[in-house]
Design a protein around this ligand. Structure first.
Ligand code: ZN
Ligand code: CU
Length: 482
C-alpha cells in the first residue's frame, strides 16, 4: 500500500489550467504532488477530508513590493498567505532592494520599501544569499528595478537621461543580476526621477534581457491620456530587447479616460499576435503610491496611507486634513511629505473589463509597510474569487484561478508551479468556494480574508487555523528552473 506525507480526500480540484473542476484525491510527498486520482488504496501521515472545498495551486501574486517583507519572517507575509498566496513577484515598478546600497533615505518612490537601513545589498547575489540563509515563508520571483539601477549608476543624480556609459553600466549590472537568479527588469517611467529616461535608455539597459530570455515589466510612463502611446512604447522596448513584456496594474486613469479599456484591450490583443504580452491587474477602482502634491486633482479623492512627519493622519482623507489645517489640499500634502496615499482614480467598468480578459494576471500591488494600507494588500485574491467570480459572475471560478496560477506561471516561466498535476511542486491552497471573500476595505484595510482554510508552500503548511506557521519553505524561483 502506498504511503504519502499528505493526502487530500475527495477534493474539488481546480488545477490552474482553466479546465473544469473535478473531484479527486491528491497526494503529496516532500515538496511535490505525488498523485492525483482515486487514492483509496493509499494512506498518509496526514489525511485531510476536503469534501466540498476547492484545492487549487497556491496563488502567485504577479505584482508586489514585498522585497523587504520576504526577509522579515512569517508574520510579515501573513497578509499574503491568508489569501492563499504561495509565490510573490518582487521588484516591480522600477523599485528593487538590490543592487544598490543607500547612505541616506532613498528618494521616492524607492522609500516605499523603507529607509536607508534596509538598502544594504550591493548585488542581487547578496540579496539571493540572504533569502537562502534566512528563507521566506513563500516563494520569491525577483525583478531588478530601473530606478534602483539608476540611483547606483548615476550617483543619485537622476533628474536627467543617463549617459551612454551609465546605461551600459546599468545593462551590465542587470545582466549580472539575471545570472544570479533574477527573472526580469522593471521600470516605473511614470515617476518623476525616471520620467527623464528616454525610451532609448530603457532599450539599452533592457538589452541584457535577450540572452537571459528574461521579462520586461513596466509601470508605464502614462496610464491616463497617453495610455495608448505608452502601450506602444512598451511594445517597442520589448521588441527591440527581444523580451516578453508585462504591463503592470493595467488601468485607464482619471475621469476623462474612463471607458478607454475598450480601446487598450483590443490594442493589446492585436500586439499579442506578433509578440509576447501580458498584464497584471488588481481588483479595485483605486490605486496607491507615494503622495505627489504636484499631481493632485480636485476630482480624484485622496486617502493618506502613511506620513513620516504626521503618522496620525494615516487613514484620513486629504480633503479633511486640509480643512482642519486651513490649507489647500496641495499645501497640506506638502506638509505630510514624505507620505503615501490611495487615489480613487479609476472606473469600475474598466476594472471589470480588464480583470475579465484572458490576458489578465492577478497582482495585488500591495504596499506591506504602509501604516494604513490600500485593502488590496489583504484582500486581492479572495476578492477576485468571491466578489468578482462567485457573486458577480464576471467569470468562472476556473478562469479566476487560472489568472492567479497557471497563466502567471506560464508568463514568468515558472516550471512546475501554478498547476496541480503529479510531479508539480506542492504549492497548494484549500478554500471554501461558498464563503471565500475579502474582508479588508478602505475603512478596515487589514482585516484578514475569509474562507481560506490552509496554504502549503513546497509541501509545508505555511498558513493554518487562521495564523502563519513557523515554516519557511519558500525558495527563490528562477525562470525555467524545475
Ligand atoms: Zn506601479
Ligand atoms: Cu507597483
Amino acid at each position: 500500500m502506498a504511503r504519502h506525507d499528505l493526502i487530500f480526500r475527495n477534493a474539488t480540484v481546480i488545477d490552474g489550467t482553466g479546465a473544469p473542476r473535478f473531484v479527486a484525491d491528491v497526494a503529496v510527498d516532500g515538496d511535490r504532488i505525488a498523485a492525483v486520482g482515486d487514492l483509496g488504496a493509499a494512506s498518509a501521515d496526514r489525511e485531510i477530508l476536503a469534501d466540498d472545498r476547492v484545492l487549487a495551486p497556491g496563488f502567485i501574486d504577479a505584482h508586489t513590493h514585498d522585497d523587504r517583507a520576504v526577509l522579515c519572517g512569517p508574520a510579515c507575509m501573513l497578509c499574503k498567505m491568508s489569501q492563499g498566496v504561495t509565490t510573490v513577484v518582487v521588484g516591480n515598478c522600477g523599485i528593487s532592494l538590490s543592487p544598490v546600497r543607500m547612505g541616506r533615505r532613498p528618494p521616492p518612490p524607492l522609500d516605499l520599501l523603507g529607509d536607508e537601513s534596509w538598502w544594504t545589498f550591493d548585488s542581487f547575489g547578496d540579496y539571493a544569499q540572504r533569502l537562502a540563509a534566512d528563507p521566506a515563508p513563500v516563494n520569491t520571483v525577483a525583478l531588478i528595478g530601473h530606478m534602483s539601477l539608476r540611483v547606483e549608476a548615476m550617483g543619485g543624480d537622476t533628474q536627467r537621461a543617463a549617459t551612454d556609459a551609465e546605461a551600459e553600466h546599468m545593462r551590465r549590472r542587470l545582466a549580472e543580476a539575471l545570472a544570479q537568479g533574477a527573472s526580469g527588469f522593471s521600470t516605473g517611467l511614470y515617476y518623476p526621477p525616471n520620467m527623464e529616461a528616454p525610451t532609448e535608455e530603457v532599450i539599452a539597459v533592457a538589452e541584457a534581457l535577450r540572452a537571459a530570455g528574461a521579462l520586461y515589466v513596466t509601470h508605464m510612463r502614462d496610464e491616463a491620456n497617453g495610455v495608448v502611446t505608452s502601450i506602444e512604447e512598451t511594445l517597442r522596448i520589448g521588441r527591440e530587447a527581444g523580451a516578453p513584456v508585462v504591463i503592470s496594474h493595467h488601468k485607464c486613469s482619471m475621469p476623462e479616460n474612463f471607458g478607454r479599456s475598450t480601446e487598450t484591450l483590443p490594442h493589446l490583443e492585436a500586439a499579442a499576435r506578433a509578440q509576447k504580452v501580458a498584464y497584471d491587474v488588481y481588483p479595485y477602482a483605486a490605486g496607491s503610491t507615494v503622495l505627489m502634491p504636484e499631481r493632485l486633482r480636485a476630482d480624484v479623492p485622496v486617502q493618506v496611507t502613511w506620513s513620516v512627519p504626521h503618522p496620525e493622519m494615516s487613514g484620513r482623507m486629504l480633503e479633511d486634513i486640509a480643512r482642519e489645517w486651513n490649507l489647500t489640499a496641495r499645501a497640506a500634502a506638502e506638509r505630510l511629505l514624505p507620505a503615501g496615499a490611495i487615489f480613487f482614480q479609476m472606473d469600475e467598468a474598466d476594472v471589470r473589463r480588464i480583470l475579465a480578459h484572458p490576458m489578465a494576471m492577478i497582482g495585488s500591488d500591495g504596499l506591506p509597510h504602509d501604516t494604513y494600507p490600500h485593502p488590496r494588500l489583504w484582500g486581492t485574491f479572495p476578492r477576485v474569487l468571491g466578489h468578482y467570480a462567485r457573486d458577480l459572475g464576471l467569470f468562472s471560478l476556473e478562469a479566476a484561478v487560472r489568472k492567479m496560477t497557471g497563466h502567471t506561471a506560464e508568463v514568468f516561466g515558472l516550471e512546475g508551479r501554478g498547476v496541480i498535476r503529479p510531479g508539480a511542486y506542492a504549492d497548494l491552497v484549500l478554500f471554501d468556494p461558498a464563503t471565500v471573500r475579502d474582508a479588508a476595505d478602505f475603512s478596515a484595510p487589514t482585516r484578514p480574508a475569509e474562507g481560506i482554510v490552509e496554504t502549503w508552500v513546497n509541501g509545508q503548511a505555511a498558513f493554518a487555523a487562521g495564523a502563519a506557521t513557523a515554516a519557511r519553505a519558500g525558495r527563490l524561483v528562477t525562470r525555467g528552473q524545475a
